[in-house]
Design a protein around this ligand. Structure first.
Ligand SMILES: C=C(OP(=O)(O)O)C(=O)O
Ligand SMILES: [Mg+2]
Length: 559
């Protein structure tokens, strides 16, 4: 029974897991003002500005060297931003104009943030990173501790308004055992990185003001529930549940199965060769989504055929004997590339992105498919290739013909546009498999920008409308005898996994740390129960009601 001092607040659970620990706030940046003292020598102050920015950049580079994969890449991009000549000269100009040095730097960063915000889209999302760099430079100039993750020497739940990628990237080496933020959505970088680190996380929690720093909290990343000041009884109940969950995960291994033995492929999502090296060691049946964008990002020309063959061969070799699903380039919208000029677009998320870029730049798609075909025949790997952002059966047919002409045996499409889900039956006539991208499917089904934390409820994959669309694809797949995967963030939610299986999904692809929880949940649920859960979730009229309806059917199924 809860004690009277307990308080419960709610956010959006984005990385499952249960934890009980004291919470600490993310270090707040120091304020600056025009009233601060001004340095005596302008040249000396300018030199200090340059040194501070170099220190911030160097610090991030050093941190990048301590981590790897996505975290390292994120830090290196931030390090480069701190050296941006435009920012350096704006800060110098402010110093020359008589501003106190730290304030001059702060104002320079604020100016660039405003410009980025005005540009909107992908660039506007970099504002948090840029602001964070400004705070760091100010801390160096004033000789105060860097804002950021505390280091108390014991495990703690980190509480913040939102986290910049640079800070999220450092979570791995810290004592943080859970994350709670006031902002952010289910596909924010905080959510994705927390999941890749296996950290329970809740975002979009409006009630953070009710928390008193240093007090213990119980954070349930599956339900989004936060219990502040848990009583003795609650704490021992949580410890028992954590121990049980660990034991259950440890007790299951190997290919995914429901309790009564129906196979459900459990696969990993990867985005680089480094990811492949790490993920190859995980207990998975292969790769369900290899995002190939990393090969194209941050360069002025497209990667050559040979370069691509080398990369794909390296990844396929890591997964010898297991299937690897590669997605062709998903550029455009939030991933613009300088060598693929698509002109100005009013609404890039609804513009030329994904497979559509292939019709403007057919050589880029043809070269990628040729490289994939060559890598498959060199390795004899079980290669499956799918296109992103397919909207119609004609597009599926065209892509399949092109891929098959390059020697690719298994050709599929991502289902991430409602039209493709509604007419999955037509698409499947041309394809060997489909994989549902729930991140974009939610965005387009509910017309809610996937990066907009304020729209998190609309982006929740438990939205009954999204479940309906997934159900249509599952039914079409079952009729055609064609595999239907899910490779969006929804695949890593253990509570949703049986629902997806009940909707007809045959494989789930996620970051490696999520595999154990999903495998254990499936192993505890019969296929018929999965189907009942799917019906119950679709009968609900809100994500919360869907969760509750499924939880009610879980009695007797260990969580
Ligand atoms: C897996 C997906 O693709 P991405 O997140 O790369 O757009 C998705 O949209 O769910
Ligand atoms: Mg997508």
């Amino acid at each position: 029974m809860p004690t009277t001092t307990e308080q419960v607040v709610h956010g959006l659970g984005v990385s499952p897991g249960l934890v009980c620990a004291p919470w600490l706030a993310f270090g707040t940046p120091v304020e600056t003002s025009l009233e601060d003292p001004v340095g005596e020598s302008v040249p000396a102050e300018i030199a200090r500005v340059q040194a501070a920015l170099a220190t911030v950049s160097g610090d991030l580079e050093a941190r990048a060297a301590q981590v790897d994969g996505v975290a390292s890449e994120i830090l290196l991009v931030s390090a480069a931003m701190a050296r941006d000549p435009g920012i350096v000269s704006a800060a110098e100009e402010n110093v020359r104009g008589g501003m106190p040095t730290a304030h001059a730097v702060r104002v320079a960063f604020d100016g660039f943030c405003t410009k980025l915000e005005a540009l909107g889209g992908y660039l506007a999302e970099r504002v948090a990173d840029l602001r964070d760099l400004g705070h760091r430079a100010v801390a160096v100039l004033l000789g105060v501790p860097m804002p950021g993750i505390p280091d108390p020497g014991h495990p703690f739940v980190l509480v913040a308004r939102d986290l910049s990628p640079a800070d999220t990237a450092m979570l791995g080496g810290s004592d943080v055992v859970g994350l709670l933020t006031a902002e952010g959505g289910p596909t924010s970088h905080t959510a994705i990185l927390a999941k890749s680190l296996g950290l329970p996380a809740i975002v979009n929690c409006a009630d953070l003001d009710r928390l008193v720093e240093g007090r213990p909290v119980v954070l349930d990343g599956a339900t989004g529930e936060v219990v502040v000041d848990p009583g003795e009884h609650r704490r021992s109940e949580v410890s028992a549940r954590i121990a049980e969950a660990r034991a259950r995960v440890a007790a299951t291994s190997g290919p995914g199965r429901t309790r009564d033995g129906a196979p459900v492929g459990l696969l990993v999502n990867i985005g680089t060769v480094d990811d492949a090296v790490r993920a190859a060691a995980a207990d998975s049946e292969g790769v369900g989504l290899f995002r190939t964008e990393f090969l194209y990002l941050g360069r002025q020309t497209a990667p050559t055929l040979d370069e691509q063959i080398t990369t794909y061969t390296a990844v396929l070799e890591k997964f010898a004997g297991r299937k690897v699903v590669v997605r062709t380039l998903d550029s455009g919208s939030d991933k613009p590339l300088p060598f693929l000029d698509l002109g100005a677009e009013e609404n890039p998320a609804l513009g030329v992105r994904g497979l559509r870029v292939g019709s403007v730049y057919p050589d880029v798609l043809a070269t990628q498919l040729e490289a994939l075909g060559a890598a498959a025949s060199a390795t004899g790997a079980d290669l499956w290739v799918m296109a992103p952002m397919v909207a119609t059966a004609d597009e599926a047919e065209g892509f399949a013909a092109l891929a098959r002409s390059r020697g690719i045996a298994k050709v599929g499409a991502m289902i991430e546009i409602p039209s493709a889900a509604l007419r999955a039956r037509d698409l499947l006539q041309h394809l060997d498999f489909v994989s549902i991208g729930t991140n974009d499917l939610s965005q387009y089904a509910c017309a809610a920008d996937r990066m907009a934390g304020g729209l998190a409820t609309l982006l929740d994959p438990w939205q009954p409308a999204v479940l309906d669309l997934i159900g249509l694809v599952g039914t079409a797949g079952a009729e055609a005898g064609t595999p239907v995967g899910v490779c969006g963030e929804a695949a890593s939610d253990p509570a949703l996994a049986p629902v997806l299986v009940g909707l007809g999904v045959t494989s789930l692809s996620m970051v490696a740390p999520s595999l154990g929880g999903v495998r254990a949940r499936l192993a505890a649920t019969d296929l018929d129960r999965c189907r009942e859960m799917a019906v119950a979730a679709r009968s609900a009229t809100s994500p919360q009601a869907a969760r509750s309806a499924v939880a009610a059917l879980e009695s007797g199924v260990p969580r």
